[in-house]
Design a protein around this ligand. Structure first.
Ligand code: ZN
Length: 339
């Protein structure tokens, strides 16, 4: 402040502050830092004068639920039950009635419909089947006949009926892969081809970890080679996230596979030439995830097929947070569930 007063006024900011200061009768006194205990937070952060906005997301409108609780006959009955038998299974938590730590929703209210839309129709919910939709919702909510209502909703979903096919158990016995010891050490790699060009991409490289079943979806452009695939693999999987894998199972021809490994080692900066593992049959996981990804994209971009590459991050997020081993890995590595 002293600098503004005694220095030559040069900048527009100095003009502005000088104009404000001349209207006051004041005295400028220097105080040593330790004695200046009343300095406020803003004066200590001279460079961060703008206010930041803090955004948070909510899975449901809790205030709306609290309001309904007062008028809804069903919730009033449950509330009385919670008060009469404190503890399990019903209890009050933060002004809401809960059943085993899940918020009780009146089964005939509009909230059920909006929750079903949010947890089934949205891109991060991915039009999952009934059981998976139920598992997502049951992390937070409870209402009577919940499973049946969800099943009816999913069965009647127009998008699901258009985009999904019936799944059958594969014929014959598969040769299982050895059980891995670590996550992201033994992987499978496959490609989804024949897609419409979207942001110059025409294929998806799917990389799945054998242990956690979690996956990465990487957009590719045709024609791709072992070199370009290795570069994408390093960029999306190896360098940023998981390190060099021990084995990769792929149904590509051996020439492509060995060239891919050579490129991978070169890009990773290693001079060790480890041998790549050969396995005659994958464990069926690739077929499952490929079908899941294709169905997800059909659900959300069937009217705009050239937009699929923009939905790929959502598809990956949805797959990795869907109930199963990959969801457990997600919870362990991020520390939270989907919502
Ligand atoms: Zn659906």
């Amino acid at each position: 402040m002293l600098a503004i007063v005694i220095a030559r006024i040069l900048t527009p900011e100095q003009h502005k502050w000088m104009g404000k200061l001349v209207g006051y009768d004041y005295e400028i006194t220097y105080k040593l830092g330790p004695t200046n205990k009343a300095a406020d937070a803003l004066s200590r952060h001279a460079q961060s004068l703008c206010l930041n906005t803090v955004c948070s997301q909510q899975a449901a409108s809790w205030d709306e639920l609290r309001k309904i609780q007062v008028s809804d006959a069903y919730l009033s009955r449950v509330e009385k039950l919670a008060d009469a038998t404190p503890g399990q299974p019903y209890a009050r938590q933060n002004g809401l009635v809960c059943y085993k730590n899940r918020v009780v929703i009146p089964p005939h209210s509009d909230i059920v419909k909006s929750l079903l839309q949010e947890y089934h129709d949205s891109p991060i919910s991915g039009h999952s089947r009934a059981l998976r939709t139920f598992k997502r919702l049951a992390q937070l909510f409870y209402w009577s006949a919940m499973h049946r209502i969800i099943r009816e909703y999913v069965t009647a979903c127009d998008v699901c009926q258009r985009a999904k096919s019936a799944s059958l158990v594969p014929a014959g016995l598969l040769q299982p892969l050895p059980v891995p010891n670590q996550v992201w050490e033994d992987l499978s790699m496959d490609f989804i081809d024949g897609l419409q060009p979207s942001d110059k991409h025409t294929s998806i490289m799917v990389v799945v970890d054998h242990l956690s079943k979690s996956a990465h979806l990487i957009p590719l452009s045709h024609p791709y080679t072992s070199k370009s695939v290795a570069a994408k693999f390093v960029e999306y999987v190896v360098m940023k996230l998981h390190g060099l894998p021990k084995t990769i199972v792929s149904d590509r021809d051996p020439v492509f596979t060995s060239a891919f490994w050579r490129e991978l080692w070169k890009l990773s900066g290693t001079k060790l030439c480890m041998s790549s593992a050969y396995h005659p049959q994958s464990d069926g996981q690739m077929e499952v995830i490929n079908r899941c990804v294709e169905q997800f994209l059909r659900c959300f971009v069937h009217e705009r097929p050239k937009q699929w590459s923009f939905m790929l991050p959502c598809a990956e997020y949805w797959y990795n947070t869907t109930a199963g081993n990959h969801h457990r890995w997600w919870v362990m590595s991020t520390g939270h569930h989907q919502f």
